[in-house]
Design a protein around this ligand. Structure first.
Ligand code: TYC
Length: 101
């Protein structure tokens, strides 16, 4: 038997919810070459040349840019792989993740 007390006006959460999506965010730095950032965006996120350039230049000008949204595991794996691609070349290139509102 359930001991749940239903308080009038209290919201009841639906049992099934879509998993929250997570943003992958590209952070600007002063050292990673622009061409390399574009190469990583194309390789890890399957972007076209033009899309990758737009994302790179937005991060360069504004300090950060949302790359794409995924489920949490996929976002974290892609951010780690893309950050590691820069690290392997000695660049401080950084991708982070955060949950969507
Ligand atoms: N700011 C870097 C430069 O001028 C290029 C760059 C762009 C690096 C975007 C990271 O997320 C980045 N070489």
């Amino acid at each position: 038997m359930s001991d749940t007390v239903l308080v009038p006006g209290t919201k009841i959460k639906p049992k099934v919810e879509r998993p929250r999506l997570h943003k992958v965010i590209l952070l600007n730095d002063d050292f990673t070459p622009r061409d390399f950032v574009v190469t990583v965006l194309k390789a890890e996120f399957g972007m076209t040349d033009d899309h990758a350039y737009q994302v790179m230049i937005t991060a360069h000008k504004k300090g950060a840019c949302v790359v794409a949204v995924f489920t949490r595991d996929v976002a974290e794996t892609k951010a780690t792989r893309a950050t590691e691609a820069g690290r392997a070349k000695g660049y401080p290139l950084m991708f982070t993740t955060e949950p969507e509102e």
